[in-house]
Design a binder for this molecule. Structure first.
Ligand SMILES: Cc1cc2nc3c(=O)[nH]c(=O)nc-3n(C[C@H](O)[C@H](O)[C@H](O)COP(=O)(O)OP(=O)(O)OC[C@H]3O[C@@H](n4cnc5c(N)ncnc54)[C@H](O)[C@@H]3O)c2cc1C
Length: 367
């Protein structure tokens, strides 16, 4: 055991996109930061197993943190990508409706979008849709112009570079196992390849799926329950026939099996959504799962060939709250839990990637 003793102003636990965005924001402001990551590389969990969609914020209740951070984060992310040369595509998105009930559901989403001050939405009927997306099966669709996709790996690398170029550090293979406030400063115990204690004035817990368990070890009480939602993705080994992202109506645990794409314009479908008890990224190759995907995709993709659909990867979100609609992000400061200099961030499921720069701004303004 290596008994290093060190001190810095701010320790961030977790080098996912949230920890990195906060680290970069604080670094820009000249604060002294160390990001501690348990894995031997950054972004090994939710931040590298997602759809890479820059969401608009249309789904979330107006008074929620999700709405606040997603709407602001969307604009900040496009701005950041332009400034730092990160690949992105402002593709736009359609949410499809095929009967009166579904039409009324997309009308409600449009109203919610207006409440969240998202003005770039429009409901299109079949005739207009066919000219824009000839391979789409839909009677109606809600168009959201401000949705896009991002090269999230380049985004993470850019945040890392900002942290390091400002003289700060990201230390991998450093799982934080506990922490205590000694009346003057925080002492965090790291038990990894190296074991040591590191001290700081401020601790920001951005450890994703671990954040609730870890916060309890730091002494935060009355924390909500966290639920893990696993999603599978299939890749389509054929041409992407869509110009925009295509979504069905949202479901209980997620946004429905939708299309996503990357900078090479390949086509992927997912994620589905299933409550699980542990972090396990293995792909479930059951026929039932495959059929659920092909049924869902076949409803909106004209000419869909299920033989071209191949297993891709899984991602797991950490949710607070029973359903996608009712859940919200949690960002707690000292005023919320009474622990000196401790910020706890949890439940950052989708749209966490989109929201990352806004969450970072919000946290940094309070410190
Ligand atoms: C299937 C799926 C699809 C999604 N699609 C989108 C999308 O299209 N658009 C969007 O905006 N958002 C999307 N999201 C949400 C987005 O990916 C997450 O909100 C975001 O990645 C969360 O980042 P994070 O940093 O909180 O968590 P993570 O990326 O999980 O990072 C937490 C980090 O903490 C580390 N850690 C854990 N415990 C410790 C410890 N004890 N000590 C040190 N380090 C520790 C972990 O190793 C990890 O690196 C999706 C998520 C999933 C799972």
């Amino acid at each position: 055991m290596n008994n290093k003793q060190d001190k810095c102003e701010i320790l961030i636990i977790g080098a996912g996109i949230i920890g990195l965005a906060i680290g970069a924001e604080l670094s820009r402001k000249g604060r002294e930061v160390i990001v501690l990551e348990s894995e031997n590389k950054t972004i090994q969990h939710a931040s590298s197993h997602n759809s890479e969609v820059i969401h608009s914020g249309i789904y979330y209740k107006n008074d929620s943190l999700k709405a606040k951070f997603c709407v602001e984060g969307n604009a900040l992310l496009y701005e950041y990508c332009t400034k730092h040369g990160i690949d992105y595509r402002r593709s736009g998105k359609f949410i499809v409706a095929n009967n009166d009930q579904e039409l009324s559901a997309i009308e409600k989403l449009q109203l919610n979008a207006k409440e969240n001050e998202i003005e770039d939405t429009r409901i299109l009927s079949n005739k207009e849709l066919l000219t824009l997306e000839p391979n789409l099966i839909a009677e109606y669709a809600l168009l959201i112009e401000s949705t896009g996709i991002i090269d999230s790996h380049s985004f993470a690398l850019s945040l890392e570079a900002e942290i390091e170029n400002n003289g700060n550090h990201i230390i991998t293979s450093s799982p934080v196992t506990s922490g205590r406030y000694n009346g003057n400063e925080w002492e965090l115990t790291i038990h990894g390849d190296n074991s040591y204690i590191i001290r700081s004035d401020i601790v920001i817990n951005a450890s994703g799926f671990n954040s609730i368990d870890l916060a309890k070890k730091f002494g935060v009480e009355n924390l909500p329950q966290i639920t893990y939602i696993k999603g599978h993705y299939y890749k389509y080994h054929g041409k992407n026939p869509f110009n925009r992202l295509i979504y069905p109506l949202p479901e209980e645990h997620g946004l429905g099996v939708h299309t996503s794409s990357d900078m090479e314009n390949s086509l992927r479908f997912g994620p589905d959504a299933e409550v699980v008890s542990k972090i396990d990224y293995r792909f479930d190759s059951s026929k039932e799962r495959f059929s659920k995907f092909t049924d869902s995709i076949g409803k909106y993709f004209k000419g869909f060939d299920s033989n071209l659909l191949k297993e891709d990867f899984c991602g797991i979100r950490s949710r607070i709250g029973a359903t996608h609609k009712s859940s919200d992000f949690s960002v707690l400061f000292q005023r919320d839990h009474d622990l000196e200099g401790f910020v706890n961030i949890s439940g950052i499921e989708s749209p966490g990637l989109t929201s990352s720069l806004s969450i970072a701004k919000y946290v940094a303004e309070d410190l």
